[in-house]
Write a protein that binds this ligand. Structure first.
Ligand code: GUN
Length: 290
């Protein structure tokens, strides 16, 4: 069994991005910028946003967080997004999810300029991803693909079972795998007999937030396990969706959780923001020339 070490790989990617940022600053005077919209006081969302901000600082990005109260109106968030769309210091806009119930999340995600949509949640980028065109893909599944690539886990022709069909993880994960020529099945809350599906998988990718959902009897020998789930036990310990202790014994590769996919999500956010920055810098230069 080999661990897929997301902490180590994310560090390597961050170092490369930090150097790229230095080069970008010296060649065009540009600094990649990320704006985060955070609504309410959810501790997990606040913690994630904090980690994203620290990563931006380490890489030399400009970053700004728009902290809004739980009771903020839809209109006020819409105005903030419009302002960020027009702010040339901001290359990427991230709306931390989930949002309070009175907010129309779909509408907000559609208001983000597609060229600043570093989360890859705008339907324009979702469409580009599913048709295999270049664009912005969501950070968590993108991080999983990088991790698999780093450890030379070839997905071509492999049976991949994605457990969870969210817009943030499951669906884009399936699209990325399909684009890489994998055979993909997506299981979800209404799937009958999950074990029947996972037993057939060369690679299981699970991100639903249910502790110990995947147990050793549900996977075949030498399976590759990607654990995207993060939950807190009653004792306050962070764990994934996989019974790591027992499933790891049957696996060829497995991600720890935490320390696997989580750090990769942040590295991919930096990568997408740098990509947006390069595109936006080029566009601005062309506009100046015209
Ligand atoms: N909430 C949970 N995961 C994510 C993510 O990747 N991006 C955003 N914006 N919100 C999230």
């Amino acid at each position: 069994m080999q661990l897929l070490d997301g902490r180590a790989l994310s560090k390597k990617i961050e170092e490369k991005i930090t150097q790229d940022v230095k080069d970008l600053k010296s060649t065009c005077g540009c600094t990649p910028g990320l704006a985060v919209v955070l609504v309410g006081q959810d501790p997990a969302s606040s913690a994630y946003v904090n980690m994203k901000k620290k990563a931006c600082d380490r890489a030399g990005f400009y970053s700004i967080t728009h902290d809004m109260p739980e009771t903020i109106s839809q209109e006020a968030i819409e105005k903030t997004i419009a302002m960020l769309n027009n702010d040339t210091n901001v290359d990427g806009i991230l709306i931390q999810l989930p949002l309070p119930k009175h907010i129309d999340t779909t509408k907000l995600l559609e208001l983000v300029a597609p060229e600043k949509d570093v989360d890859g949640f705008h339907p324009y980028n979702v469409g580009r991803l599913t048709t295999g065109l270049d664009g912005f893909a969501p950070c968590t599944p993108l991080g999983v693909m990088e991790l698999l690539k780093e450890y030379k886990v070839d997905v071509k022709g492999k049976n991949c079972v994605v457990v969870g069909a969210s817009n943030i993880v499951g669906k884009p994960m399936a699209a990325l795998l399909l684009n890489a020529d994998a055979t993909v099945e997506v299981c979800h809350v209404f799937t009958d007999d999950l074990k029947k599906h996972t037993l057939n998988a060369d690679i299981v990718l699970v991100g639903v937030g249910i502790i110990n959902l995947i147990t050793e009897d549900m996977v075949k020998d030498d399976v590759v396990i990607i654990d995207i789930g993060v939950s807190r036990t009653k004792e306050g310990k962070l764990v994934g969706d996989v019974d790591f202790e027992n499933v790891s014994k049957k696996s060829s590769f497995i991600t720890p959780s935490p320390g696997g996919v989580g750090p990769m999500t942040i590295a991919m956010l930096l990568s997408n923001t740098l990509k947006a920055s390069k595109i936006n810098a080029k566009k601005l230069a062309q506009e100046r020339e015209a």
